[in-house]
Design a binder for this molecule. Structure first.
Ligand SMILES: [Fe+2]
Ligand SMILES: [Fe+2]
Length: 223
């Protein structure tokens, strides 16, 4: 436990998953009562309990938790592509819609809660550095525009009939550009926006905002 206390970077990534879902800890030791999996499970439980106690020095929340929403959305898109290349077009369309709905909710949280806060707390500094929040908003519009193009492409695929390889390839080409676009956007949020919000907010504000940002998000839909 002392080792885990000393090196939070080792378990923080895992804790992001534990906090929002169910985790299964596996072990290969002979002793079922004393092994690393048990220690880790107890540690995660302790941290989660501490976090629920207001004013008791609980683990501070971090905007990088929103990476988890990005990851879950990426997984929906991956499912869409898997369905597409195996000619399950109805599934491909459903996964794409689910992805788009989740992404829209996430973008709304960013545009209505996070970006205005960022702007109000460091608007002047951002302007001096030549960095504006509307860059993120413009990227959101561009991402949604590409997504609509992909949806139009998938509408032409008929259930029960294998599409021509060219039809699928042209959709995958569109998706390749789209994936670069969204990965670049998410990376910028991970490197710039979320760390800046961590610096500009109090522990209580972070807890409130993250609670709102997880509502109806790709993460809360699955737990
Ligand atoms: Fe965004
Ligand atoms: Fe985001």
């Amino acid at each position: 436990m002392a080792e885990l206390d000393a090196k939070p970077e080792r378990w923080r990534g895992l804790f992001r998953f534990v906090r929002h879902g169910t985790a299964t800890f596996l072990y290969g030791a002979r002793d079922a009562k004393r092994n690393n999996a048990i220690v880790l499970r107890e540690y995660m439980t302790r941290i989660a309990r501490a976090e629920r106690l207001p004013g008791k020095g609980g683990c501070a929340r971090d905007f990088l938790e929103l990476d988890l929403v990005h990851e879950k959305l990426e997984e929906d898109f991956q499912r869409h592509q898997e369905a597409l290349v195996t000619h399950r077009y109805s599934d491909a369309r459903s996964w794409l819609k689910k992805f788009k709905d989740g992404l829209r909710i996430h973008m709304r949280h960013e545009e209505q809660l996070l970006l205005p806060l960022y702007e109000s707390r460091c608007g002047r500094m951002a302007k001096i550095k030549g960095f504006k929040t509307n860059v993120f908003v413009l990227e959101h519009s561009k991402i949604m525009e590409w997504l609509s193009r992909i949806q139009t492409g998938t509408r032409g695929l008929r259930i029960g009939r294998a599409a021509t390889p060219r039809a699928v390839i042209s959709i995958l080409d569109l998706e390749c550009t789209f994936k670069h676009l969204i990965q670049h956007h998410n990376q910028r949020e991970h490197n710039i926006l979320y760390p800046a919000l961590n610096r500009l907010t109090t522990k209580e504000e972070r807890a409130d905002l993250l609670r709102s940002c997880m509502l109806g998000s790709a993460v809360s839909r699955r737990v």
